[in-house]
Design a protein around this ligand. Structure first.
Ligand code: ADP
Length: 437
């Protein structure tokens, strides 16, 4: 590059020198130097004009063949242009691949703008949601899917779990919609057909409910006969032990079937629990009295009512949840231990805790406690008549009230199970309000 510039300067100096020589020979000097400079300038202008013309009509004419510094500039422009073309082609190819692969995806994909307007969607999304190109591009997605749960989900900020809806165009389908935020305020909406899973789930629930119903009648008959046999003094005393065992097992089966029926009833009723006024303090007082009357209880069973507030919900579901927690507290606490029930409220919501000084739960089991039939110590649970379904019932009942269960425990020291209810579910009692507990 330095050589090229040296050559360009030498050429300029040579032209000026030629002007000087002609001036010395023919005179006047300044006129000949000016003429040489004008000649050089004119030549540069012509080159510049040819370069400009080529840059404008690059696709139609061949590059001019300049030597020296101008030739180098032309070569650099050509190189830059080729590089740009190469990257452009690569981007176009990548974009095509991306479009082809998203079009082939078995799931629907919709790109939404920050205002939740449709920017682009693939073929599967069009099929599942009945979207049409180009009319629906630019429309807000919540104008097309008007389900209230979806509108709430879309404008919320919790996209960890997908939302299952029935699409407006094909009511026999179940679609799982999941929003994935990305980039600067844009969103991907993933649409998956979960009809098969939902049908299987419904079949499973129906099967459990039907099987439990069918088992209940024969079991009632067997229990009845066992009760009669137990009271019959003419039976050989050698049979009294086996009959006692059979009665205990029949009772356990009854308890499991009763819990399965409660659970399937909770699962089959979609959506939120009703909002009946429930007088929680008086319900807890009743549960406390029943607990004190139970023969098989720890020495101290205490009730601490710190608010007169109740809840808007389903009384039988709440009672079932509270009873399960209380019964567990009593079951897993030694005779000399304490079980405390506590009911209180604050600005964020209302809470019910069962705090026991019992055997506690090792930390690795805590996340799985609400699974059906999950037990820390299966033998101990069975020995105490546990069905393994109690905490699953609690979880479902709380979910239907917009609440959740928190478990804190230390092995050998005791456990605290706390039901959290949102502020919106609190029912403030007035003196003359009718109570239903
Ligand atoms: P179960 O009928 O077996 O009590 P649950 O669903 O009510 O079934 O509870 C699941 C398991 O959680 C129990 O088997 C027990 O191991 C453990 N658990 C529940 N409550 C307590 C508690 N208060 N203290 C210790 N362990 C508990």
């Amino acid at each position: 590059m330095v050589a090229m510039w040296t050559f360009a300067l030498a050429r300029l100096a040579g032209i000026l020198l030629l002007g000087l020589c002609l001036g010395l020979l023919i005179g006047p000097i300044w006129l000949w130097i000016l003429a040489a400079a004008c000649l050089y300038l004119g030549w540069q202008l012509v080159t510049l004009y040819r370069l400009d013309r080529w840059l404008r009509l690059r696709s139609q004419i061949d590059p001019p063949d300049f030597g020296g510094i101008w030739g180098d500039i032309v070569a650099q422009v050509i190189r830059l242009h080729r590089r740009k073309q190469f990257h452009k082609q690569r981007l176009i190819q990548l974009f095509r691949e991306l479009r082809r692969s998203t079009a082939a995806l078995p799931d629907g994909v919709i790109i939404l703008s920050a205002q939740r307007e449709i920017v682009w969607f693939n073929r599967q999304a069009a099929r599942l949601l009945g979207l049409k190109r180009p009319v629906d591009v630019g429309l807000r997605i919540d104008n097309l899917i008007r389900s209230p749960e979806f509108v709430l989900y879309l404008h919320g900020d919790d996209f960890a779990m997908p939302l299952v809806i029935r699409p407006p165009v094909q009511l026999d389908l179940y679609l799982a919609l999941q929003v994935v935020p990305y980039g600067g305020g844009q969103y991907l909406l993933l649409v998956r057909d979960v009809t098969r899973q939902m049908r299987l789930e419904a079949m499973r629930k129906d099967f459990v409910a039907n099987a439990s119903h069918e088992l209940r009648t024969p079991l009632t008959v067997i229990s009845g006969y066992l009760d009669t046999l137990a009271d019959d003094s003419s039976i050989d005393p050698a049979w009294s032990g086996p009959i006692k065992d059979m009665r205990a097992q029949a009772q356990r089966m009854n308890a499991i079937i009763a819990d399965l029926l409660v659970l399937s009833r909770l699962e089959s009723t979609d959506g939120e629990a009703p909002r009946d006024a429930v007088n929680v303090p008086s319900m807890l007082e009743r549960l406390h009295r029943d607990a004190l009357a139970s023969a098989d209880r720890p020495r101290h069973v205490v009730l601490e009512l710190e608010t007169t507030d109740g809840l808007c919900g389903a009384a039988h579901e709440l009672e079932s949840a509270f009873t399960n927690l209380l019964v567990n507290g009593m079951k897993y606490t030694q005779a000399e231990g304490t079980v405390r029930m506590r009911w209180w409220a604050d600005a964020e919501g209302a809470y019910f805790s069962v705090i026991d000084s019992g055997i506690g739960i090792p930390p690795e089991h805590i996340p799985r406690l609400t699974e059906r039939f999950y037990r820390v110590d299966a033998g101990r649970s069975r020995g105490q008549g546990g069905s393994g379904l109690g905490l699953a019932i609690v979880k479902h009942a709380l979910q239907r009230h917009g609440g959740w269960l928190d478990v804190q425990s230390a092995e050998g020291k005791g456990s605290t199970f706390t039901c959290h209810f949102p502020q919106a579910r609190i029912w403030q009692q007035t003196v003359d309000t009718a109570v239903s507990a």
